[in-house]
Design a protein around this ligand. Structure first.
Ligand SMILES: Cc1cc2nc3c(=O)[nH]c(=O)nc-3n(C[C@H](O)[C@H](O)[C@H](O)COP(=O)(O)O)c2cc1C
Length: 444
């Protein structure tokens, strides 16, 4: 995670936490009023693992973002902030936003075409009941006060939506508060940030903006969220044709943090379908990257294949193209790129070993894929059989082979080995490789 700062509307400094690689497609995550950017940390980490660059931004007057002067918390200023963040990113970002953040996102995206790649609106509506809005406003303003304990804060937050399950992911919500030397908790932002964005006066503007949204939109809501009725959902779908609705059963306003895994699964599914990272179809002769991504859907283990040159010096590289072939005779294969610096050595040696890595051996996988290191330095290895190849100590399994055949395989050579010795370790978990990243076994 890296903390970034954006220059928002009127030069107010906006704090943000970024997860993942900046080259990946960006997802900007905006919390609701009263919450800090930490609200989105769990989902942002999951998005980063799925190949997205997720940026969680503090609203002005919230968390570590700057405070605004007189009138600086009007709705328009928030909309200007989001526009400024989106404009500062290299690619068109997808926006995930909850509550008030979602309302800001609808205005920003509806009023400026092509500003973002899509919207996930979380527990949000753009039609306000005056009584409910005023009650929420008053309850929010109470957060600006001093709290005796974390429980007192959570009670105040829960009281905002009395008919819903109380939030359980407390640390995400408490991130908006700091505990002082006197043990009491205070809101970390500007108490004036609750003075009111004037949402009730924005309804016509929001209706117009929502009607102009011409991009993938989903509303994700806790099914018990009191502020979003069935009628509201139908209205939203009528105003934004093609928008999707996903519900999390048994959850209220805080589904995104309290039921994070379900929420993340819904969000990732929508992103992959409606804002895919890359084209998802390969046609013979088109961009090979797409084919590589398709092949990456086949999860594998990770091995280091080894052999030795004519002087007995060990050599090897990381490979996941290992496959079992035959039991009788006992055959396995791996394929070696013709561009490999070790191709000639493997062809001449007439033998090789495949070392299957365990979860603790990821450093070896990295090391044996690099060209700028002496790969065997400080690595514990040995020849374990007469005429065999280097065996890495502690591997999950090792197969010591003579070369049975070497076939042409396009830009690779397929080496088939006849297994002469095999050793394995029955207890450890494997290092896995899936969609271009190392993974670990997860038991459901
Ligand atoms: C997870 C993973 C799997 C790999 N699988 C293979 C493979 O099956 N065959 C291959 O030729 N290279 C594979 N590579 C790439 C080589 O390890 C890498 O290009 C290495 O630098 C080649 O070294 P060399 O040219 O010294 O042989 C893989 C790399 C990684 C990280």
């Amino acid at each position: 995670m890296e903390t970034l700062y954006f220059s928002g509307f009127g030069n107010v400094r906006l704090a943000a936490d970024a997860f993942g690689a900046p080259d990946d497609p960006a997802v900007v995550m905006i919390p609701s009023a009263g919450q800090s950017r930490a609200y989105w940390h769990g989902s942002a980490a999951a998005l980063a693992r799925a190949g997205r660059y997720a940026i969680c931004v503090d609203l002005r007057g919230h968390g570590d973002s700057g405070h605004a002067g007189e009138g600086g918390y009007r709705f328009d200023a928030h909309v200007g902030d989001l526009r400024a963040v989106l404009a500062a990113l290299p690619s068109r970002a997808f926006v995930v936003a909850s509550g008030m953040g979602a309302i800001i996102a609808i205005a920003a995206a509806g009023e400026v075409p092509e500003l973002c790649a899509g919207l996930a609106l979380v527990d949000a509506t753009i039609w306000f009941d005056r009584d409910v809005t005023e009650r929420l406003q008053a309850a929010l303003a109470r957060r600006g006060g001093v709290f005796e304990s974390a429980e007192a804060i959570m009670q105040t937050i829960a009281a905002l939506h009395p008919g819903e399950p109380a939030p359980v992911a407390t640390e995400r919500l408490l991130a908006s508060f700091a505990q002082g030397d006197d043990g009491k908790y205070r809101w970390r932002g500007d108490p004036k940030a609750f003075d009111g964005a004037g949402l009730l006066e924005e309804e016509a503007r929001l209706n117009a903006a929502a009607a102009k949204l011409n991009l993938p939109v989903t509303l994700i809501r806790g099914a018990l969220n009191e502020t979003i009725s069935e009628a509201t959902i139908r209205r939203l779908q009528a105003v934004i044709p093609g928008s999707e609705i996903a519900e999390i059963e048994g959850a209220g306003h805080y589904a995104a943090t309290d039921r994070e895994e379900e929420f993340n699964a819904i969000l990732l599914d929508f992103l992959e379908r409606r804002a895919p990272r890359r084209p998802l179809t390969y046609i013979g002769g088109s961009e090979p990257r797409v084919l590589r991504d398709a092949l990456g859907c086949f999860g594998t283990g990770v091995t280091v294949v080894t052999s030795a040159d004519a002087t007995g010096e060990p050599l090897g590289l990381t490979a996941n193209s290992f496959t079992s072939v035959s039991l009788d005779p006992p055959l396995i294969l791996f394929s070696l790129a013709k561009s490999s610096a070790n191709l000639a050595a493997f062809q001449q040696a007439g033998r090789f070993a495949v070392n299957v890595l365990h979860i603790g051996q990821q450093p070896l996988a990295n090391r044996f894929a690099r060209r700028d290191v002496a790969r065997f330095d400080d690595v514990d290895w040995a020849y374990r059989a007469e005429g065999g190849s280097p065996i890495l100590a502690g591997s999950l399994a090792s197969f010591d082979c003579t070369t049975y055949a070497a076939h042409d395989g396009g830009d690779h050579v397929i080496f088939i080995g006849e297994v002469k010795h095999a050793w394995f370790e029955p207890h450890r978990d494997p290092l896995l490789y899936f969609r271009g990243k190392y993974r670990r076994l997860h038991f459901a």
